[in-house]
Design a protein. Structure first.
Length: 289
């Protein structure tokens, strides 16, 4: 199907504007250090470069629309919408995310997203078969066992954000061995609207593999001795002893809190997986001593 040259040029200009708008938005996020709200740090390095090719693509389309020869512009590469409503529907797919991005504040995911995705409080259904503490014949669990030994040697187990999921996974896997040990963890306060937590709440973070689309809320139950009337999404630091309880039919680790302290939201609110949690633990422990 052939299209008029004017119509094709109009589409070229509009596409150039959309590409340029995406370039401006990404640059805006980079300027205000807000990319970490949407993608992992490793991916953010590459996303920061996107405004350059997007700008060149927009410039190329604009040049073709304004100065290209009519004989070279046919619109035959991709079928264009046949009506204005079709064009509006097609471009709204790109414009709506842009408008929401500019209009809404850049902030970390919180309790609303956690409730929608479902909070994870149990990380392993596997139970070590060996009776000896932190011993396992399972190659997959070897790193958990090695990390468990290091965690157990601490008078107060710090849950570092850099290995948040690995630490909670280790504590959960060997929950009975850690019962009675003291731990300290920080994150945002999550409380289910259904009230099924029985007055408890969770201190939580979002684990991100690539971007916030795959973010998974993970956390640990908290039973505060003196109930704190803190609103959801308040960032807190919890310190207390670990206990094993039955929650929703599963053995679940819980902190019997001795202190619940409101803190400022972390500059890096999300957590990511670590390729070598044991080595990173050693580095983190040296850095705080």
């Amino acid at each position: 199907m052939m299209y008029s040259t004017v119509s094709v040029k109009r589409h070229y200009l509009f596409r150039a504007a959309v590409l340029l708008a995406f370039a401006v938005y990404i640059e805006h996020l980079a300027q205000y250090d807000a990319l970490h709200y949407y993608v992992t740090p490793k991916l953010a390095v590459w996303v920061r470069l996107c405004p350059v090719p997007l700008s060149f693509m927009a410039l190329s389309l604009a040049v073709q629309a304004l100065f290209g020869r009519s004989s070279a512009i046919c619109g035959c590469g991709h079928q264009l919408p046949r009506s204005r409503s079709g064009s509006a529907a097609m471009y709204s797919v790109f414009l709506l995310p842009l408008l929401l991005g500019f209009a809404l504040p850049d902030r970390a995911l919180g309790s609303a997203a956690a409730a929608h995705k479902g909070m994870s409080l149990n990380y392993s259904s596997l139970v070590p078969k060996e009776s000896a503490r932190f011993q396992t014949s399972d190659p997959f669990a070897a790193e958990f066992a090695a990390l468990a030994k290091k965690l157990y040697s601490q008078p107060v187990i710090p849950v570092f954000p850099q290995i948040f999921s690995e630490t909670l996974g280790t504590l959960d896997r060997f929950k009975h061995d850690f019962e009675g040990k003291e731990a300290s963890v920080s994150g945002f306060l999550y409380r289910e609207n259904t009230g099924s937590m029985g007055g408890r709440f969770a201190v939580s973070r979002f684990l991100v593999q690539c971007c916030t689309a795959d973010a998974t809320p993970i956390g640990i139950l908290v039973n505060a001795k003196q109930q704190k009337s803190l609103p959801a999404d308040t960032w807190i630091k919890v310190r207390g002893k670990l206990q094993v309880i039955v929650y929703k039919g599963k053995e679940t680790l819980q902190i019997d809190a001795e202190s619940v302290t409101p803190i400022e939201e972390s500059s890096t609110p999300y957590v990511y997986t670590s390729p070598d949690a044991v080595e990173e633990w050693d580095q983190l422990l040296r850095s705080v001593k």
